[in-house]
Design a protein around this ligand. Sequence first.
Ligand code: AVJ
Ligand code: FE
Length: 447
Amino acid sequence: SPQADPEALRTRALDVLTTARDRTRLLTECVDESELTAQHSPLMSPLVWDLAHIGNQEEQWLLRAVAGQEALRPEIDSVYDAFEHPRAERPSLPLLAPDEAHRYAGEVRGRVMDVLEGSSLRGSPLEDSAFAFGMIAQHEQQHDETMLITHQLRKGPAALTDESAAPPRATLTAPEVLVPGGPFTMGTSTEPWALDNERPAHRREVPAFRIDTAPVTCGAYQAFMADGGYEDPRWWDPQGFALVSRQGIRAPLFWRREGGSWLRRRFGVTEPVPADEPVLHVSWYEADAYARWAGRRLPTEAEWEKAARHDPSTGRSRRYPWGDEDPGAEHANLGQRRLGPAPAGSFPAGRSPLGVGQLMGDVWEWTSSGFLPYPGFAAFPYREYSEVFFGGDYKVLRGGSFAVGEVACRGTFRNWDHPVRRQIFSGFRTARDAGPDEGGATDDGAR
Ligand code: AVJ
Ligand code: FE
């Protein structure tokens, strides 16, 4: 693991930090300066805020906390503190101009490289600080996803082009699978770069259930729309129904009806809605309503993780559905290589032992669960990463979208957002209880 060997840490940290920065640069260099300082949506920061915030977090954690260096720009800390300033007010802050923000982030990174390349990792404080490098690389990748959302919200012609090849694809053997009942290990105590909310590993009893082998597609979602799903309160959480009625919501965000068919706009390009792609840009309320209409429900967070990690032949929880190896291009649609989800049935090499596909990448998947700490949770390294959000108005999303970096993707990774949000790269899959005679009792004789 990166923590065990300083040389392995050096190589891995250089690699993940460089990958993140390449993406950050692309996202902030493909539009002109006025688009970097503009606010494209009150839900988002100006791109130039994200850029300097990335640099500022890196300065605070890697240069000041880990390497013990003096502050480079202490006066800007408060401008880039996400808790001091909500997104809507960030455009009015004294932000670094685009060229200054690029220079600042670059200078911080140069110093971090000097620290990492210094010859004395062994026995230095760095040896105990492996986590900070992983945390900062994940932080930058998370903001790269945030910035990609801003790109999707901006008006005007495409600034990004999708040059990815068609992903590997193979027919799904069944629309859903039975996950046997019994306990499994949820969360992790051993993954070196897991964030505090993924810890610690603990046993969870999960009764037998069935879960979709692929995320719900646009075609399936259109059947719900065509059946008057948005107008029928029977399917909706009352708050969700009030919201879609009040706002006149009748389709996923970025969809528009023209003639008899639905079109969607994605990164400046308008196209017919592809029936076999996972539906994207739906709120938790829409996901929940669709599931009820279909006679099903959203999976709980524990069900989702059991489907993604539990290996019934060994009883172990894997790091990923396909095993313990880090994600490769054959496993999942990650890293913004493709600018949208891949069709249902893609990435057969990434399926779980029970045959559940596309759990990692493609779309974040809403679960029925609120965001809560695991038993034994300890905030690390700061309360504002997770703890202050527990028990709030947040639903957990799992798996990760096409916009998630590999370093921020794991079977244990937890994301959260308000149930109304739909500008995020969110979709879902559905589940249902197994019948009483389908308990699938395990070695533990559960159920
Ligand atoms: C985990 C995606 C909810 O973007 O608010 C970024 C990640 N935390 N900077 C967010 C995060 C601090 C966080 N989410
Ligand atoms: Fe942040």
